[in-house]
Design a protein around this ligand. Structure first.
Ligand code: ADP
Length: 595
């Protein structure tokens, strides 16, 4: 083992000399407490080490132990349902070992359980020739996740032995004879350096929508599976709720949730809340398909910097198994602040607002690890990572560097709006400023999946909302009386789209999730109201007649979001009611206005 010597400690940054044999990105154990750190810069024999634990009390003269290894994550059964810190220390085991709720320093415990036995069921036989990425067997890790054990990267050969039965993650379950005749023993455990993207066979264009059950997202601003989306919004605008909703409801196999402590107790909320949430497709706790990476604000900044790499590496591992994965980072602004703080301590030349010049490339490196890929291996499994990042720009000002750099990379922008949040319009995604560059690409796919001219309906609804904003301008200038009857109807329909469709209460048992069938029926009914209303006006009905005559129908439209999924056929009846109502208005012609 080789040692260097600490010369300076500055918060999470430690400088050590005599480090000529170390390399950038190597992990070291710093000081007498053996704190975990990573080398982020080398100048001559002096290493700058980013330390992932609180450095108080550590001082010059103490030793730095070089490990020669990069920061890795452990990948094996036992990873699912876990809560880790930014460098994959398991929080519950940590609490047991240290008997403390706070992370004690210098305690080294393995990321994954070494004792637990897993029932390994082989999927290959002796004599088969395998490549990296081929699945050698499966483990039922949780009720929702079948863990596929894969041949590690750069390993290939003929199966000499394959086990079946209960094993811990370090025991040999398979032996391969490589081309050179060497024997390679495989266990269920793999390690991977977090700062390196896991390789795949090829990348594909993301074309399938991620269904979130959130109407404004699925309808207007969908993200593709394998795509990337950003949710910028000021404090209190609903970023966390949006992310939680997606983690709970989206139709992915695996969720990795990286919380970079916006508020100290926020991760505690996630930790308490998630296990109680039920996955609608399996009826099990959503933790059965979720991994949490938690950085509360009382953990050192440096651990935040590492956390999103730890998260995305775990996501890639499950992608390689052929799963669709969603990774959520809340919030990337806190992560960027960690980057800024380290950069400042390294005395690098500051860029925009003090962030380092490489902020944009770091963000890009992260989001580029999202995508839809064909995994390594002979099977040609397809997997995807959808990356969703919350951004919390100070004061809600989206012209700041983190938001701007993020928007350069991601194709979906869910712009949360403080004004909407104030009016309690949730989710406060602004329908005029938000966008999804996947919408056009996916429209054919969506129409096919929905078996309806869905994309036409979406365009129509959006046009009405845009029309509304123009009309509102006119109303502001010259008053509502100048509007034609059809324009007034447009305002009513737009209000209905906003209030009855886009507003969605995350905390209402029924409203929290809307299937696509229900979204279709809801939007269809609102657009029918628009079409039928226009027809009535064109046939001579007065605006006021139309409004007075449709009180009941409009009331049904306002309440349709609360119709449970198993009763949505009810909405079809409202379509009939609507037509009958309009027919009656036309037949009664002028009655209500004259009464
Ligand atoms: P942020 O993370 O942007 O600071 P939060 O996600 O914590 O904001 O949201 C702030 C509050 O707004 C929540 O506590 C909740 O009361 C309300 N809210 C946000 N989104 C919704 C929603 N979809 N339905 C109901 N209430 C919401």
């Amino acid at each position: 083992m080789q040692y260097g010597e600490i010369v300076k400690v500055s918060g999470p940054l430690v400088l050590a000399k005599n480090m000529e044999n170390a390399n950038i990105q190597d992990i070291c154990h710093v000081g007498d407490l053996e704190l975990i750190g990573e080398i982020i810069e080398m100048r001559g024999d002096v290493a700058s080490i980013q330390v992932y634990e609180e450095t108080s009390g550590v001082g010059p003269g103490e030793k730095v132990k070089m490990t020669g290894n990069p920061l890795v994550v452990e990948l094996a059964p036992g990873i699912m349902s876990q809560m880790f810190d930014g460098i994959q220390r398991p929080l519950d085991t940590f609490q047991k070992v240290t008997q403390s709720n706070y992370l004690k320093r210098g305690v080294h415990i393995p990321s994954l359980d070494r004792e637990k036995k897993w029932l390994f069921q082989p999927t290959v036989v002796v004599g088969e020739v395998l490549e990296a990425g081929d699945v050698i067997g499966i483990v039922e890790e949780t009720t929702s996740v079948l863990h596929k054990v894969m041949v590690p990267y750069q390993v290939s050969g003929t199966v000499i032995s394959i086990e079946t039965g209960e094993f811990n993650i370090e025991e040999t379950i398979c032996t391969l004879e490589t081309e050179s005749g060497a024997l390679k023993k495989l266990s269920m455990l793999q390690k991977w350096p977090v700062r390196r993207a896991r390789p795949f066979a090829r990348k594909e264009k993301p074309t399938h929508p991620l269904i979130t059950g959130q109407r404004v997202i699925d309808t207007f601003f969908p993200v593709a599976k394998g795509g990337a989306a950003a949710v910028p919004g000021p404090f209190g605008a609903g970023k966390t709720v949006v992310q939680h909703q997606i983690a709970k409801w989206s139709d992915v196999d695996i969720v990795v949730y990286v919380g970079c402590g916006e508020r100290g107790n926020e991760m505690t909320d996630v930790m308490n809340e998630f296990p109680e949430l039920i996955d609608p497709t399996t009826g099990e706790s959503i933790m059965a398909r979720t991994i949490l990476i938690a950085n509360t604000s009382n953990m050192p900044v440096a651990a935040r910097e590492a956390s999103i790499y730890t998260g995305i590496t775990i996501a890639e591992y499950f992608r390689d198994m052929g799963y669709s994965v969603a990774i959520m980072a809340d919030s990337t602004s806190r992560w960027a602040e960690a980057l800024r703080e380290m950069s400042g301590r390294l005395e690098e030349m500051p860029g925009d607002e003090g962030y380092p010049a490489y902020l944009g490339s770091r963000l890009a490196e992260y989001y580029e690890r999202a995508g839809k890929v064909v995994a390594l291996g002979q099977e040609g499994r397809e997997g995807s990572i959808t990356a969703i990042g919350a951004v919390s720009p100070p004061g809600g000002d989206t012209s700041e560097p983190v938001t701007q750099n993020t928007l350069r990379i991601v194709k979906v922008f869910w712009g949360l709006d403080a004004l909407l949040a104030q009016k309690r319009h949730f989710p406060s995604i602004n329908w005029l400023s938000s966008y999804s560059l996947y919408l056009n690409d996916m429209s054919k796919q969506l129409d096919q999946e929905m078996n309806a001219p869905w994309s036409k309906m979406v365009t129509e609804a959006m046009t009405i909302l845009q029309e509304e904003s123009k009309l509102e301008e006119i109303v502001r200038l010259v008053g509502i009386d100048t509007l034609s009857d059809t324009d007034r109807l447009t305002l009513d329909v737009a209000r209905s789209i906003r209030e009855d469709y886009l507003q969605q209460n995350a905390f209402d048992e029924v409203d929290t999730f809307t299937s696509r069938d229900k979204q279709y029926k809801m939007l269809h009914l609102i657009l029918s109201f628009n079409a039928e209303g226009r027809r009535a006006l064109s046939l001579g009905a007065y605006y006021q007649e139309l409004i007075d005559g449709t009180v009941i129908v409009r009331d049904r439209i306002a309440r349709m979001k609360y119709i449970p999924e198993d009763k949505i056929a009810q909405i079809d009846k409202y379509e009939i009611l609507l037509k009958e109502t309009i027919q009656k208005i036309l037949e009664d012609g002028g009655a209500s206005i004259n009464a």
